[in-house]
Ligand binder design. Sequence first.
Ligand code: BES
Ligand code: MN
Ligand code: ZN
Length: 496
Amino acid sequence: MQLRYIEGGRSEDSPELLAIAVPKGTRTLEDELSSIDEALDGALQRALATGDITGRLTDEVLIYGSDRGPARVLLLGIGPASQVTREVIRRFAGRAVRVAERLRLKQLTLSLDGLGNIPDEDRAQSATEGAALAAWRFSELMTPEEEDSPSNILAVDLVGEGDTGSLTAGVAAGAATARGENFARTLQSRPGNIATPSHLADEATRMAHEFGLGVTVFDEARLEREGMHAILAVSRGSVEEARLIILEHKGGADGHAPLVLVGKGLSFDAGGISLKPPAGMESMKFDMSGGAAVIGAMQAIAELEVKANVVGLVPSSENLPSGSAVKPGDVIQSLAGKTIEVINTDAEGRLILADALAYGAALEPEAMVDCATLTGGVVVALGHHAAGVLGKNDSLVNELISAGEASGERCWRLPLWDEYRRQLDSTTADLKNIGGREGSTISAACFLAEFVRDTNWAHLDIAGTAYGDGKVPYQREGGYGVPTRLLVEWVRSRVG
Ligand code: BES
Ligand code: MN
Ligand code: ZN
């Protein structure tokens, strides 16, 4: 898909569809739009005069033009100009793409004018993200569609007033970030029988070669030699072998401490011997969402040539019951040397993360962030509109909250106080893998904290935000790629 900013565009070319944002209370046209209105013989002005479009968030009006200008002009209300955020812009772009699809168009033009006071680069980045995310779809497992189905958008042109350098840079950042997130969504969407741990490793390897990242994959023999028995324990019930995927971006000075991103890559979570109930179990193919986001973020970080050293770690296993599976009561070893009593085999994410976090901590990073569909508890606490963020370092947690706000992938803090750690006390091993129903998101994070030593670390629980019903205009039902954008935003913010 082609995404580009066209300087001075709009009036001389005649797009099939030009989408324009209309802030609430608009009565007359801004200067930038009067030339288009001339080509439309005053139709824009008449639409405003009827009151059919006053800028409410639900307003949508389609006007037909002539061969002197755009063939169609789509007016989309965006609410009060003072309340326009980057997320409002993403949604505006997503709505425009949805209309273009319905009209079976292959191309559309988005106007960046009238989008509040958002700086040029952010405005262009958000519009590009919204358009590119909206246009993505997962169709590789479906028989090709019939002719009256919606189209695939092949090109989005962005036009509008502003500093050309900033707008062009914003489009490039948005395009790379959305490509990374769309890759994450593709990996998420693939079912468990396709997106196995070895498939994720192969896809990460292919991507790494294409984008110039270093890549190492630990197979089971290597995991054994390294002492990563917690990752191996989770895979024991499955014929699919475990993997640890290591991606490296060297954008910083040689030997400068890296930022480490860790993502849970549980390719399918049936619960193991502590088997989950059947209803909704199919959505546990999304239990590799954190890993997918780390792979997608690493792709974007490479494409954007971010000036930092960044390491992505994705431990990947499949959690199934079988005669060889780990059992409740079993005690397993971990890379960090701590012994774990497995009370519930469905608390498997923290086991594979324990080894990956210990490996990451040994890299002595500047900071380490993990993301994981870790607990049902976070869905109860925060629903589907915020991930949980937990960590002891206030500034790191605040950086992630800010990156969440900017990227539209928001997170909200839960405490990580020592009092909760007692829920993991074991009479047999160094710790148990579950801490009961109460505050389960917090005791899960306490578990992870046992494996990071003194690393500046924070954890994102994305069980409620990684996938969903697709009600956000630029999303679709299924995998959201969350928190790819947040991770890219955070890493870029660290570079300044
Ligand atoms: N993958 C699940 C968490 C999850 C729940 C993700 C809902 C997405 C939606 C995780 O491995 C899990 O099973 N957690 C259990 C642990 C419990 C059995 C101790 C949970 O939180 O319910
Ligand atoms: Mn589980
Ligand atoms: Zn899980």
